[in-house]
Design a protein around this ligand. Sequence first.
Ligand code: ATR
Length: 279
Amino acid sequence: MSRYALFGRSVSKSLSPQIHAAFARQTGIAMEYVGIDAEPDALDAAMDAFAASGGRGANITVPHKEAAFARCTVLSERARLAGAVNTLRLDEAQWYGDNTDGAGLIRDLTGRHGLDLRGRRTLLLGAGGAARGIAPALLEAGVRELVIVNRNPERADALADVLGEPARAHTRYWEDLATIGDFELVINATSAGRYDGVPLSLPFALCNDMTAAVDLNYSEVAIPFLAWARTAGLRTIVDGLGMLIEQAAESFEVWHGVRPDTDAVYALLRQQTPEPKAG
Ligand code: ATR
């Protein structure tokens, strides 16, 4: 039985073990997938111990996506652009790193939710590991403009620099959110409320008739942003559950060369996760 794991903080709450168990059943692949809690100073040792005990691959979640990136000897192009990894594979004792978050988001938005992202003026809130993972994929999907706004402006500038398309991807200040116009796509890639319980406070001026609101979080952490989107009367409101399942399917393919079907798993987990309702 091949061994896989999720490294992160508070991973006992993660749905990933359930998702990968379902994929393994569906494809007939014998694998074990467990959550491993590690604080930042213990990540290296935990990864080494996992590799020594026969681990073959892993997912990486908060707060380790950037630290795990630094441990990889070989990287996919999309991981290199993101500066963060969510998927590792052990290839002859070397960590190969990939980032399937962006592809997972695009597949969820375009496939499951039928959104055409091309031409959308897009607001990306946040510039941490989650935002870095999806920004290149948003540009590739053809958004018209990507405005990156982060509480700490240096981090937003660093992300825009890495993207290297100043005409399309640029930054604005958090304090200016009320005056930067409206967007056809607003993505919450912050962790606001996850640790401190303080939700984002956003102006409705960001919205127009077309705006789709997307939170990369799911469950309780996503509730305030989704409630804001409902109050704004938006018709398309999406939480991070579909992206979670799609990025997992991409990771599964990186490990096993087989792409699992995600619809049944989405239907099952949706029953356990509050559905974001349109306004
Ligand atoms: P993740 O991997 O989830 O992106 P992260 O790398 O720690 O985690 O990044 C968290 C993101 O949420 C950052 O963009 C952070 O902003 P700062 O860079 O200014 O810290 C953002 N964030 C967290 N709490 C926030 C809050 N209360 N308001 C606004 N942004 C917040």
